[in-house]
Each structure stands twice: as structure tokens, then as C-alpha cells.
Design a protein around this ligand. Structure first.
Ligand code: GAR
Length: 215
């Protein structure tokens, strides 16, 4: 039976769409069964409708009710992975405890730089960083502090238009996120719960395909 993935997104949904496409192409051995969003106006919704993916809008105010409803969706869908793709909410330890080792997040910076913020790209530009990038990690009780799975970096010119820098980072995200999801579903990337770290079954993967630097 094919794996199921549930994606959580609050924004435009370019990562969501990319994951849907990669699963339709069978690069990711799974079907995106549902989009969960906390924003009724999220661009991700239109993309989901275009690809026939079920959408559930969950009101996140108050958080405990949002999480309760989201947990019900997850219980029903029973996905192999819960993928946060531009989901701008911090989930509680209680939420994490139900899906530990199965929740992924992507952050548009080289963590631990610019952790815990929803505007990491703007802050990177403000701080005039020259090497920017993105990180995929498992979600734990901390904010953006869970075990790192993959990172990709690119040189940037902080005087460049922010839209161009965003595009560069998004294009890295669109490469590493599907690669990580594929690696986990194929059993090549494993969450070691006892030590709260990541194990790579395939050494080549650890060294090359999901850790990349573009110059
Ligand atoms: C992505 O850049 C993602 O890394 C970021 O939101 C963007 C969503 O873009 N996530 C965070 O900042 C989480 N703190 P998208 O809606 O086009 O996929």
C-alpha cells in the first residue's frame, strides 16, 4: 500500500505543490492525502484544489482546539509523515508527543541561525549574510531546534532584490524537501528516538544529495 502524507501549510504553498508534483511523478513513494491549513485564504488551498487534494481548514484560535482538530484529521488519515511546509504555528509538546519522529519542518535559513522566526529571509538580508539556505528537521518540543536532516546553502548578495533571494532559497527547498521525504519513506533516513538524532543508512546520501552548496 502507498504511503500517505499530510501537509500543513499557512501560506502560498509552493513547497506543498512541489511535494504533490513529486509524488504524482512517483519520485516520492506516497500520496498527499490532505492539506491542513490554519488560514482560510492560504494560496496553498487553490493549489490543492487544482490537484484534487482534500483540504481541511482548522481554526487555530485557541491553539488547543486547533491542535485537537488537527490531531483528529491525522488520526483519520493515519499518514506515514506529517509535513510542515510554511506552516507558521508552533505546536505544543502534547501535539508532538502523538507524532514524534514523524513531523518534518522546513526553515528558510541555515539553522540554528535565525531560528524561531517567521521572517528568516528578511532577517538574513538585514544582517547581510553572504551564505543563506534552508534546513529540513524533525519537529520536537523546541522551536526550530529538532534534529537536522538536511541543509542546502547558496551564496547571496544582500544588495540583490529580496524576491530574487527568496526565489533562490525556495528553489533549494524544492530540491531538499522531496529528497528528505523520499529518503525517510524508503527507510534510508531514520529517526533515532533514543538519542534524538538522525541516522543515514546510505552514507552517500548524507554527504551529497541532500546536503548541497550552490555557488
Ligand atoms: C518557506 O520558505 C518555508 O521555509 C517557510 O515558509 C515558506 C513557505 O513558502 N517556513 C517558515 O518560515 C517556518 N518558520 P511556500 O508557502 O511557498 O511553501
Amino acid at each position: 500500500m502507498k504511503h500517505k502524507i499530510v501537509v500543513f501549510a499557512s501560506g502560498s504553498g509552493s513547497n506543498f505543490e512541489n511535494i504533490v508534483l513529486k509524488s504524482k511523478e512517483n519520485y516520492i513513494p506516497a500520496e498527499v492525502s490532505c492539506l491542513v491549513t490554519d488560514k482560510a485564504g492560504a494560496g496553498a488551498i487553490k493549489r490543492a484544489i487544482r490537484y484534487g487534494v482534500k483540504v481541511v481548514v482548522v481554526n487555530w484560535k485557541p491553539r488547543y482546539l486547533g491542535e485537537k482538530n488537527a490531531l483528529c484529521v491525522l488520526e483519520k488519515e493515519n499518514p506515514s509523515l506529517v509535513v510542515f511546509a510554511g506552516f507558521m504555528k508552533v505546536v505544543s509538546p502534547e501535539f508532538v508527543s502523538h507524532w514524534r519522529g514523524k513531523i518534518l519542518n522546513i526553515h528558510p535559513a541555515l539553522l540554528p541561525a535565525f531560528e524561531g522566526t517567521t521572517n528568516a529571509i528578511e532577517l538574513s538580508v538585514e544582517k547581510r549574510v553572504r551564505i543563506a539556505g534552508c534546513t529540513v528537521h524533525f519537529v520536537d518540543e523546541s522551536v526550530d531546534g529538532g534534529p537536522i536532516i538536511a541543509q542546502a546553502a547558496t551564496l547571496i548578495d544582500p544588495d540583490e532584490e529580496i524576491e530574487k533571494i527568496e526565489q533562490k532559497i525556495h528553489s533549494l527547498e524544492h530540491k531538499i524537501y522531496p529528497a528528505v521525504i523520499k529518503g525517510i519513506l524508503e527507510g534510508k533516513i531514520i529517526f533515532d528516538q533514543q538519542n534524538n538524532r538522525v541516522i543515514f543508512k546510505d552514507n552517500k546520501m548524507q554527504l551529497s544529495s541532500i546536503f548541497s552548496i550552490e555557488i
